[in-house]
Unconditional design. Structure first.
Length: 175
């Protein structure tokens, strides 16, 4: 279970980045799957998460970043104000300003760009099937998908997996 503080400002920059690359408006399902695959890549290569303090839940239509999804639902239903995002339908979100790229690292941008390129033209069904990967299946009955399993699915080295596990232990020890 995730202990670190959720970084909403960074999450907004991440989704603004992805949506801006895809024309300014995007369906939540596609957004969440692009984020999931970028997160797997970043974990396997660098041992760190892009969406700090968040976690992916194994929902029936595929993984979704839990805290980000809750935040977006609160924006959609009007209980949270956010002038940088507008819902144009129940599932489609539009950005109202460009992302703050200073918040994102080069490695995060690279993994996001790669995931966008690989997944932007996939249909809802294709994204759903693709995201029901080994990490999802291993954790399908859990509250969250293990970041270690996500890194394994993305072919992380044994050294990287040990690094991630050590990071989890250190995070738990500080709280």
């Amino acid at each position: 279970m995730k202990i670190a503080k959720y970084d909403q400002e960074k999450s907004l920059a991440v989704i603004q980045f992805v949506i801006s690359k895809l024309g300014g408006t995007l369906n939540l399902h596609k957004l969440f799957k692009i984020l999931y695959f970028a997160e797997e890549k970043h974990l396997s290569r660098y041992g760190r998460e892009i969406l700090e303090g968040d976690f992916f839940s194994p929902l029936p239509d595929g993984p979704a970043p839990s805290r980000l999804y809750d935040f977006l639902k609160s924006v959609r239903n009007g209980s949270a104000q956010q002038d940088s995002l507008t819902f144009v339908s129940a599932k489609d979100v539009r950005i109202n300003r460009s992302p703050d790229l200073d918040i994102l690292s080069k490695s995060e941008i690279d993994c996001l760009d790669e995931s966008i390129s690989e997944n932007k033209n996939l249909s809802y069904g294709q994204l759903k099937n693709k995201s029901h990967d080994e990490a999802y299946e291993t954790n399908r009955n859990e509250y969250e998908i293990s970041i270690v399993d996500m890194a394994k699915t993305a072919q992380a080295s044994e050294e990287m997996l040990k690094y991630i596990e050590l990071g989890i232990e250190n995070e738990r020890a500080t709280y």
